[in-house]
Design a protein around this ligand. Structure first.
Ligand SMILES: CC(C)(COP(=O)(O)OP(=O)(O)OC[C@H]1O[C@@H](n2cnc3c(N)ncnc32)[C@H](O)[C@@H]1OP(=O)(O)O)[C@@H](O)C(=O)NCCC(=O)NCCS
Length: 129
């Protein structure tokens, strides 16, 4: 049985472990900063918790009314294709007052996102130069 629950600080080490296993360094490189980003005002972080620990997470950045952005979605490699990613996205959509999420997809994840009601828009990530 896997439950989707709000992130709590005691989940942090396992969340950082999932990120490290994926090769995502920005959170594990600074755990104190990671805790701040996962609990910042306007941020909703959900974790999928199995009896043996955290198997996934979703981080949503929102203005509390209209606009929300799915900033992070990750499921433990050994627990993929069990529905946890879908459950996390559905819980994030339920938790959001506007009922919609914008996101940038990794190329390999488009088949996953296209199963949800959606509209495709061009996406950009801009950098300071
Ligand atoms: C994308 C991700 C979150 C999906 O999580 P998941 O728990 O495996 O997803 P689900 O089990 O809910 O998948 C539901 C359906 O989505 C589709 N799907 C999921 N992963 C897929 C993949 N890699 N390729 C093709 N279809 C996929 C399938 O239709 C799947 O149903 P099926 O297993 O019955 O065929 C997970 O693969 C992951 O963490 N990937 C690495 C990080 C990442 O890319 N995050 C998204 C960044 S934009």
């Amino acid at each position: 049985m896997v439950e989707i629950v709000p992130f709590r600080p005691e989940h942090l080490d396992e969340v950082l472990g999932l990120c490290s296993a994926e090769g995502w360094r920005s959170l594990p490189d600074d755990p104190a900063r990671a805790l701040r980003t996962l609990t910042a005002p306007g941020v909703t972080t959900l974790v999928a918790v199995a009896p043996d620990g955290v198997v996934g997470l979703a981080q949503v950045l929102g203005d509390g009314e209209l606009r929300s952005y799915l900033a992070l979605l990750l499921v433990k490699q050994s627990r993929r294709r069990e529905g946890h990613g879908t459950a996390l996205v559905r819980a994030a959509l339920e938790a959001d007052r506007g009922g919609r999420l914008d996101l940038l997809s990794e190329a390999g994840s488009t088949a996953f996102y296209e199963r949800f009601a959606h509209r495709r828009l061009p996406g950009y990530r801009l950098y300071r130069t």
